[in-house]
Write a protein that binds this ligand. Structure first.
Ligand code: ADP
Length: 458
C-alpha cells in the first residue's frame, strides 16, 4: 500500500470526542502494518503543512476504512479539513533538548512551570509551529489506549483549564522532535508568533450538541470558501449570506469562528448594537470599511452578531439611521461578487425581526436554526468544557447533563468554570499567591461532584 516515498494516503475524519487534544491519530491496522509501525509510535502527517501524532488503531466500527481521525488542532496543524486527503509516513523523530511554548491566544498571560508541562507533554512528538492543548483524557479514554501510551495518558493535568499552546521553537529546530525526561521546557508568558502562524483558537471540536447543524454550516460556508471551483464548474453561485437563528449563548459566534479557522478564512466580527455610530454616516462608513478589508483579505467570513439591531423590519424601524444602515448593508451584499470568496453570516435570536429585503435571493438566502441543547447535547457540551479539568472519580457528567434542563452552551461553560473555581478555593489556603502556585498543588487539584452541585445552586 505504501508508495515509493514510503507514505500512504488517507482521508481525514474528525477525532472521537474522547481523543481530542491528546496528540493521537487513529489509523487503520493496515496502515500501521504497511508503515511497519506499532501502536503508540509517531507518524508524520502531511497536508498543506506537516505535523505529527502518535498513531493508534481505529476502533472496530471504523476498521477497513482508509481514514485518519484527527482533532481540530491537528487538522489546523496539518493545514487540512475533514474530507481532505493527507499522506502518512513513519516519523523520523529526534529527542528534543529544548522546547519553547507560549499561549496560543493573544490576550492570555500564563505563568507556570516548564517542569509540569514537560510531564504533560511527555513522549509527545512535536513540530515547531504546532498548536497543542493541555486537555486531560477522560477516564473512558484512558481505558482505551494501548499499554504503550498508558503512562502518558495518566499524567497529571496542567492546572484546571484546557490551555492551548503554540510551539514557538524546538531544538533541534526542524523536523519532528519528541519530549523526553531530559527535555528542557520553557513557557513564555505571552503569545509569541511562531514562524508560521496557525490560528486554532476555536475548531469544530469545541462545539457540542449541535449535531447535523455543524454539517449544514460546513456545506453552506466551508464548501464555497474552500472549493469555489466546484460552484464555478456547476455554474451556480455559492451562497453569500447565511442567517443563524437561536437564543443567546447557543454557540452561533463559536460556530462562525470555527468555520473561519477550519477554512483558514479571515474572520471579521461586527457587533450589531456597537456599530451604530453617533455621528451622521459613521455606521455606514464602518460597514464599508469592514467589507473592503474583507475583500482585500479573502477568503473571509464577515460575522454580524445581533443583526436584528442594525437591520430590523422596516415597520419596526424608528430612526433614519437604521434605514440608512440597512440600505448600506444591502448595497454591500449586492456588490459582493460570487467569486470573491466572502461569506456573510448574520446571527439573531429573533427570527421574524429582520428586514425581509435582507432575506431575498443573493443576500441572506440560507437559514440555519441553532436550538437549545437536549440532554445528550448538554453532555457533549459538558465534555468539551471539562476537557482541561482533572475530574474527581465521583463526577458523573451524565448526571449533570440530566439536571441542567434548559441550560444553553454558555450556561454550561459558566457552570464548569464555577465548579473549577470552587475546587481552587479549597486549596487557596495552602497557597501563597505571591510565590505562584507550586506545581505539586496544581497537580493534585481535582474538580469534584460537590463542586458542580455547589455551582448549580448558585
Ligand atoms: P451566541 O453567539 O449563540 O450568543 P456564543 O457562541 O457567543 O453564543 O457562546 C458563548 C460561549 O458559550 C462560547 O464561547 C462557549 O464557551 C459556550 N458555548 C455556547 N454554545 C456552545 C456549544 N454549542 N458548545 C460548546 N460551547 C458552547
Amino acid at each position: 500500500m505504501a508508495d515509493e516515498s514510503g507514505g500512504v494516503r488517507a482521508q481525514v475524519a474528525n477525532a472521537r470526542a474522547e481523543d481530542v487534544g491528546r496528540g493521537v491519530a487513529r489509523v487503520s491496522a493496515a496502515v500501521l502494518a504497511s508503515l511497519g509501525l506499532q501502536e503508540g509510535q509517531p507518524i508524520e502527517i502531511i497536508g498543506k503543512r506537516h505535523t505529527t501524532a502518535l498513531a493508534i488503531a481505529l476502533g472496530q466500527e471504523d476498521e477497513g476504512l482508509s481514514i485518519i481521525r484527527l482533532d481540530g488542532l491537528q487538522r489546523v496543524n496539518a493545514g487540512v479539513g475533514s474530507g481532505d486527503h493527507v499522506e502518512i509516513r513513519k516519523a523520523e523523530v529526534r529527542p528534543a533538548t529544548r522546547v519553547v511554548l507560549a499561549p496560543a491566544q493573544k490576550n492570555l498571560r500564563l505563568q507556570g512551570s516548564g517542569e509540569a508541562l514537560r510531564r504533560t507533554f511527555y513522549r509527545r512528538p512535536l513540530v515547531s509551529g504546532d498548536v497543542i492543548s493541555t486537555s486531560v483524557p477522560s477516564r473512558f479514554a484512558r481505558d482505551q489506549v494501548p499499554e504503550e501510551l498508558r503512562q502518558m495518558f495518566s499524567l497529571p493535568a496542567y492546572g484546571l483549564q484546557e490551555i492551548r499552546l503554540v510551539v514557538v521553537s524546538t531544538q533541534p529546530a526542524r523536523g519532528i522532535v519528541q519530549v523526553t525526561a531530559e527535555t528542557e521546557v520553557e513557557l513564555r508568558p505571552l503569545y509569541e508568533e511562531p514562524k508560521e502562524v496557525r490560528r486554532a483558537d476555536v475548531t469544530y471540536d469545541d462545539i457540542g450538541g449541535l449535531g447535523t447543524t455543524v454539517d449544514q454550516v460546513r456545506e453552506m460556508v466551508e464548501l464555497p470558501l474552500r472549493h469555489p471551483e466546484l460552484f464555478q464548474r456547476l455554474g451556480i453561485d455559492p451562497p453569500k449570506g447565511v442567517l443563524l437563528y437561536g437564543p443567546p449563548g447557543t454557540g452561533k459566534t463559536l460556530l462562525a469562528r470555527a468555520v473561519a479557522n477550519e477554512t483558514e478564512a479571515q474572520f471579521f466580527h461586527i457587533a450589531g448594537p456597537e456599530i451604530m455610530g453617533s455621528q451622521y454616516g459613521e455606521s455606514e462608513q464602518r460597514l464599508r470599511q469592514i467589507f473592503s478589508e474583507a475583500q482585500r483579505n479573502a477568503p473571509a467570513i464577515i460575522f454580524i452578531d445581533e443583526i436584528d439591531s442594525i437591520a430590523p423590519k422596516r415597520e419596526e424601524v424608528r430612526g433614519e439611521v437604521e434605514r440608512r444602515i440597512v440600505a448600506q448593508l444591502l448595497t454591500l451584499m449586492d456588490g459582493l461578487e460570487p467569486r470573491q470568496n466572502i461569506v456573510v453570516i448574520g446571527a439573531t435570536n429573533r427570527r421574524d425581526a429582520i428586514d425581509e429585503a435582507l432575506r431575498r435571493p443573493g443576500r441572506f438566502d440560507r437559514e440555519i436554526i441553532i436550538g437549545v441543547p437536549d440532554e445528550p447535547g448538554r453532555r457533549e457540551v459538558l465534555t468539551i468544557h471539562t476537557r482541561g479539568m482533572p475530574l474527581g472519580d465521583n463526577v458523573d457528567l451524565d448526571e449533570i447533563a440530566r439536571t441542567t434542563y434548559g441550560f444553553v452552551g454558555a450556561d454550561l461553560s459558566a457552570l464548569a468554570r464555577e465548579a473549577a473555581m470552587d475546587a481552587l478555593r479549597r486549596v487557596l489556603p495552602q497557597i501563597n499567591l505571591k510565590d505562584g502556585i507550586p506545581p505539586e498543588i496544581l497537580e493534585t487539584l481535582q474538580v469534584c461532584r460537590e463542586d458542580f452541585l455547589n455551582a448549580l445552586k448558585r
